[in-house]
Design a protein around this ligand. Sequence first.
Ligand code: HEC
Length: 131
Amino acid sequence: MQMNHRTRTNILAGMMAGAIILFFPVAALADDNGQKAQAGEQIDAYEAVALANRDNCWRCHHLTKKKEGPSYKAVAEKYRGKPEAIDKLVKHITLGKDVIKLSDGHEELHKFDKKRPPEEIRNLILYILAQ
Ligand code: HEC
């Protein structure tokens, strides 16, 4: 088949239509599931939970129950209506300078993998604050 201008235009149009069909449902889904953060940012709850899994946050935190650390619901309540909490908590976790004392008496740093992209960490904090 010879590729004339028209064929090429049709292929391009087809690709664009495909892209629209592909992207539209994803955007719609994110809208359905995404909760609005205090700052009005979109939260990817799935990514937030996956990150908390990888970094073992659940070892000490539960969504609603107190474990070694406060429940994320309690954290959200503490900072409700305080948008500056987002940056504060991102720093609190990424800088890893805060020593936490556990119930068995030993102490460790409340730290995080610093190589994580900052927007992923921010997303997790937004998720916690939306509980
Ligand atoms: C070894 C146990 C432990 C692990 C693991 C842990 N935390 Fe915590 N976390 C604590 C304790 C204890 C506190 C309360 C003391 C404090 O605020 O430093 C706390 C407090 C917090 C707070 C509230 C801070 C505030 O200012 O009120 C947030 C948010 C938090 N943790 C997020 C996380 C995230 C995200 C992870 C995973 C990367 C994580 N924690 C992993 C024990 C832990």
